[in-house]
Design a binder for this molecule. Structure first.
Ligand SMILES: [Zn+2]
Length: 404
């Protein structure tokens, strides 16, 4: 029997026990009746989503959850997001994620998101960068808020460059965060020199731009990272023969993984990647999609953002809202369907104390026709390891969900 599946992906949800929550984790503390139902009525386990030797980033983690084996297939985040935006990369192009960030005058990176810069302000700045600094070798592309793209064109450029992830590098001096060549090629050295110069020219332009005037966290630097060439991911319908999948997400990284692998990317108006997202629109989109596709991947970014901000109250709210407005209503609407498996998991932890991703295996729970009760009573970091699923890796989760 071929079953369908919905994966609820709570970006950055896993955390550590916190004194101020009486020794509970945010997931244990927040009201999550929907997630707990999945654990109670089904099976729990753990999943190593950030394999050693790769960036500890959401693109790697979400590729892992979908079974696309980043240790073999990871192209870099720049190219994934470029594909998400419909940018055609040529054979000599190197695509970079290009954050707009705030660095203080004393040369310290203060905010990887430039105060979660608005869409309008970010696109004005990206347009100014393109107008003044773009050319035959450089194109700036606006994305969503601080998450923008930079493409370098030409054989002189290489993606073999070491970089720092901006959301993991806050409050560190820029001097310790410089790009450096990752191999001894002339191209890698040339790319680093070119980008360092571009960063400084961009900083001069941004400092003087009226959009930044009077801001507490002005977008006064660009931050190129996670470069790569044209991506090639396994096709979903080949990896899971004959089956179809769709992703629902506000952020380009997830949409890009979907597009690169031939999954459908479903647009939801008002999906923002933050707490003001259109929860109901995403739940409705999942309910419509499950009739058409075998796997629906419903991703929520807001929890990750609140964790990087180090704001516990907001993180608790984002977890509770994900459950109240998405997980619980979707489970309720599909309560009579006997052909659908449901899974809940984060892509990686973002402990609120550290404000960055860690590689600890995440908790996962799944219920439906393919999963028996295992005695685990709630969805949490603490209880999941004792569940019947054991430790998952590779494409085991999606295979079990689709019963391949
Ligand atoms: Zn993530």
């Amino acid at each position: 029997m071929n079953h369908k599946a919905i994966i609820f992906l709570a970006d950055g949800m896993a955390d550590d026990p916190l004194d101020e929550l009486g020794g509970r984790t945010p997931l244990e503390y927040a009201e999550t009746p929907g997630m707990d139902t999945i654990a109670r009525e089904g099976s729990s386990g753990t999943f190593l989503t950030l394999p050693e030797g790769l960036p500890t980033s959401s693109d790697v983690a979400n590729m892992s959850v979908l079974g696309f084996r980043p240790e073999k297939n990871y192209p870099g985040r720049g190219p994934i997001e470029a594909v998400a935006q419909g940018i055609e990369l040529g054979p000599d192009d190197v695509a970079w994620r290009c954050n707009l960030v705030y660095a203080s005058n004393d040369g310290v990176l203060r905010d990887y998101s430039a105060g979660h810069i608005s869409e309008a302000d970010a696109s004005a700045l990206m347009a100014a960068l393109q107008k003044e600094l773009g050319g035959p070798e450089v194109t700036f592309y606006p994305g969503v808020s601080y998450r923008n793209l930079l493409v370098l064109h030409g054989k002189r450029f290489s993606p073999r460059v070491n970089y720092f992830k901006p959301d993991s590098s806050q409050d560190m001096p820029l001097d310790e965060l410089r790009l450096s060549p990752a191999d001894s090629s002339a191209e890698a050295a040339d790319t680093v020199a070119f980008l360092r110069d571009l960063e400084e020219r961009a900083a001069s332009l941004l400092a003087a731009h009226p959009v930044n005037a009077g801001k507490a966290s002005p977008a006064n630097r660009i931050w190129p990272w996670s470069p790569g060439r044209r991506p090639r991911l396994p096709a979903f319908g080949v990896q899971y023969p004959g089956r179809t999948g769709a992703v629902i997400s506000a952020v380009d990284v997830i949409r890009g993984i979907g597009r690169c692998s031939g999954m459908s990317v479903i647009d939801v108006p008002g999906a923002t990647g933050f707490l003001d997202t259109n929860y109901k629109g995403k739940a409705d989109a999942a309910l419509a999609a499950i009739d058409k596709y075998d796997l629906v991947y419903l991703h929520l970014e807001a929890i990750d953002e609140c964790s990087h901000m180090g704001d516990l109250k907001l993180k608790l709210r984002a977890i509770a809202e994900f459950d109240r407005f998405i997980v619980s209503p979707v489970l309720a609407a599909l309560a009579d369907r006997k052909d659908i498996n449901f899974a809940i998991l984060p892509d990686h932890p973002v402990p609120i104390r550290l404000r960055k991703h860690t590689t600890t295996p995440v908790p996962v729970a799944a219920m439906g026709p393919g999963f028996a009760r295992d005695g685990v009573t709630a969805f949490s970091e603490r209880l999941a390891p004792s569940g019947a699923l054991g430790h998952l890796d590779g494409d085991a989760l999606v295979r079990r969900l689709l019963e391949l």
